[in-house]
Design a protein around this ligand. Sequence first.
Ligand code: PMP
Length: 445
Amino acid sequence: LTEHNARHVWHPMAHPAEMRANPPVIISGGEGTEIIDIDGKRLLDGVGGLWNVNLGYSCDPVKQAITAQLNELPYYSAFRGTTNGPLIELSVALAEFFAPDGMVRSFFTSGGSDSVETALRLARQFHKLNGQAERTKFVSLKKGYHGTHFGGASVNGNQNFRRAYEPLLPGTIHLAAPYAYRNPFNTDDPKVIAECIVQQFADEIAFHGADTIAALIMEPVLGAGGVIVPHEGLMPSLRSLCDKHGILLIADEVITAFGRTGAWSGSRLWGVKPDLMCTAKAITNGYFPFGAVMIGSRVADVFEADRTAMGSIGHGYTYSGHPVGAAAAIACLAETIKKDLPSNAAARGVELFDGLEALKERYPLVGDVRGMGLMCAMELVSNREDKTPVGKDTVAKVYKGAYEAGVMVRTSGNNIILSPTLIITSQDVARILEALQAGLKAAGN
Ligand code: PMP
């Protein structure tokens, strides 16, 4: 299997040669909060799949909903002339779930990148319908991650994810990341950093002209960029500037929707109502590729008022509103509410964060720890004074040490990322922390 994998699989974000030198772990089972490798080794999943398996690997109501729907209607398109029951039921449940965020309609997709692309397209189309066709530019934050499609890659805040695919969308504006540990503002005060970013946005609006800007897209808590938690004032202040200048706000909640930060949505965490909200990942607990762009009334009303445009939206996916995905999502939503997952994410998140802080006290390799709910990161440095990031080898040693101690973690640059399932217990948190300690020791710290 390992040789076939090395020869025939093109793994995302890994060089084929690396697959031979360092074969990936073959995962063959999952139960509760754990995954099981092909040799039968059980690992506590500190990654929650890929930030998406909120309910763990044995969520029977979701499995049953998928099976029942497969037997009832495994697929039919949900374009103009046809629809299906689960899709309608889900749209009602989502409208209720996201009502406090101001959302009224859902546009269904097959995943996060599709959701981002859809939101960017809807933003431009919204302005065209409003007679402002010149509003085409997008603004985003450095360190933001918004998927792989051309629109999403254009607003991606990490130039390593853009370089190979240029030229991308022209006129994309990247504001600074709200990254207290490293930033160009010569401060570690999150409030000051937020104020600087808001000022930057105001300056960019003045420079480009508000009437050229379609939308600002941001993650309420930045995930793949290394779990960056902005100051509470950032998103509300950016919302105010958007309002002042007729710019739409797109919340990329592919990770943060459905409880991971400890709030029901990332926008609610900061008390902000976006115009469009991208969701995917935990919407089906990872059991089925699915996503939804939630649409606020400001956007929905303009589309609904324009009779010609409603009939000519040139946009939809073969799997928009897939009945099996929709059935899975209905069950996930019900389980998320029944189990009150955000409360557990908040409580376990505090324990995890405090434990990471304690590791930072003891191990000089840990330069910074960050987190909100069950989105946490530990940034590794070889020198705390000048914050020199550690090399790949050291990160790999920490990863391997944690793996050998029975916990799967994720690495991203010089960060160790933790995003376990939201059903973990305090004992599970302790297990993660012990494994990380073993990893730090293995790295010679
Ligand atoms: N947006 C955010 C914030 C994400 O974290 C991701 C995936 N990590 C995406 C978009 C893209 O989602 P997908 O991988 O499902 O296409």
